[in-house]
Design a protein around this ligand. Structure first.
Ligand code: UD1
Length: 417
């Protein structure tokens, strides 16, 4: 099993390019199930979750072509097998995103129920409730969701809570429904907007993506399209935090700074100088950061996917920061591992109080989930001595070539087998 060996203490300096967004790429690939014409996606990140989604789609009969620039062409003209099996869904919960498109265009789907995961229970009841409102007949038995409909019908759906993949699943399904669908309390995440942009290019009629009311007028068929995937805002935020934590100075190219207001705001509050020029973000940090308080909430508020990285930043900051996690009930597992490096963190329910210490010391730590791994890497880059991060397969799910990019910024980091 691969691990990352980090010798910390080097301020990051230099330039890197931001990759395409994992959380946009996954729903966008599923949009190929809505049409028998080819869908071409550019700026696809080279990640394990992307490979898993390609495997899932190709075992359903989607033709997949990937070129050397990571342009992916998907063609779902002849779909044989509308099944998402447990062994794929359990490694990647976003597999649930095939459900809406499959039932909308193929009239049926069988998708394994995703189980709980390390960061919480994560049910999919809102996906199922929405599809039922669109007229799908849904059964859950023996760990599988079966959905059937001859043609979905437009409906008004009020989500009980804000769900990102739930909004995406229902928006895709509604594109081919008979009549108009209104999704209220929709997620406003930029990835929803990116998906809506691609679906619109395929011929869908969508209004309001990026607001909490999304309206979709169903059409009979969708066509093909070419779409360039938005920049990964969480990868961008992670590199910005790593630079701030190490007292470095970095330039990130090909970013989408507009999607990062809450994160950039917190970095400035921590004392970083952050400049934005078109698609370039520059960050410079002198001295130790100041602690910041963070409360996660749906977009445009502070993203839960950046919470762990800010905990690492607060761990070496001056003062104490309060971190409140409101999205996932068990998303503080990185705290114990950060404590192994010398961090002072006290957890009570969904709140963590982080008292900054002047130095962390390297140690062996274990990654528990994707963003937790990123926080351990940030902490390892700051810590004195060697940090060995185990179970980095979590990291490979969502960060493209992370050790190469960090090494380009001067970090002493290598993958060991
Ligand atoms: C997406 C992101 C993930 C991010 C999360 C929150 C992708 C592929 N993943 O995950 O990186 O951390 O948004 O920003 O885009 N919930 C229910 N019932 C449902 C659906 C969700 O109770 O049917 C709850 C979840 O348990 C969680 C909250 O709603 O507490 C938000 O989850 P959701 O937005 O659905 O997360 P994902 O879409 O799975």
């Amino acid at each position: 099993m691969d691990r990352l060996l980090i010798r910390g203490g080097v301020p990051l300096a230099g330039e890197v390019r931001v990759s395409g967004a994992k959380n946009a790429a996954l729903p966008l690939m599923c949009a190929a199930l809505l049409t028998d014409r080819p869908l071409r996606l550019g700026n696809v990140p080279h990640l394990r979750d992307v490979t898993t989604m390609l495997r899932l789609l190709s075992q359903m009969g989607v033709e997949v072509n990937v070129d050397e620039t990571m342009c992916v062409e998907l063609c779902g003209a002849s779909l044989g097998n509308p099944l998402a099996p447990y062994d794929l869904v359990k490694t990647m919960r976003a597999s649930i995103l095939v459900l809406g498109p499959l039932v909308a265009r193929h009239g049926q789907a069988r998708v394994s129920l995703p189980g709980g995961c390390a960061i919480g229970q994560r049910p999919v009841d809102q996906h199922l409730k929405g599809l039922a409102a669109l007229g799908a007949e849904i059964q859950v038995e023996q760990g599988y969701i079966t959905a059937r409909a001859s043609r979905l019908r437009g409906a008004r759906i009020v989500a009980d809570l804000v769900t990102v993949t739930g909004t995406e699943n229902l928006m895709m399904a509604a594109c081919l429904a008979d009549g108009t669908t209104v999704i209220e309390n929709a997620a406003r995440e930029p990835e929803v907007v990116d998906l809506a942009r691609c679906l619109t290019a395929m011929g869908a009629r969508i209004r309001g993506a990026g607001t909490d009311v999304v309206t979709v007028e169903g059409v009979r068929d969708l066509g093909g399209a070419s779409h360039r995937i938005m920049a990964d805002r969480i990868e961008t935020g992670t590199f910005l935090v790593a630079a701030a934590a190490t007292g470095g100075s970095v330039v990130l190219r090909d970013a989408d700074p507009d999607t990062l207001d809450a994160v950039i705001g917190k970095l400035r509050e921590a004392g970083a100088e952050v400049g934005v020029d078109g698609r370039t973000i520059r960050l410079a940090m002198r001295g130790r950061p100041a602690s910041v308080n963070v409360r996660t909430a749906p977009y445009p508020a502070f993203p839960t996917d950046m919470q762990a990285q800010f905990m690492a930043l607060d761990a070496i900051a001056t003062g104490a920061g309060v971190i409140t996690e409101t999205i996932f009930e068990n998303r503080f597992m990185h705290a114990q591992e950060l404590a192994r490096l010398g961090a002072d963190i006290e957890i009570s329910g969904n709140t963590a109080v982080v008292r900054g210490v002047p130095h962390l010391q390297g140690a062996a730590v274990m990654a528990t989930d994707l963003r937790a791994s990123a926080s351990l890497v940030v902490a390892g880059l700051v810590a004195e001595g060697e940090t060995l991060v185990d179970r980095i397969y979590h990291l490979d799910r969502g960060y493209e070539a992370i050790e190469e990019k960090l090494a380009r910024l001067g970090a002493r980091i290598k993958r060991v087998h």
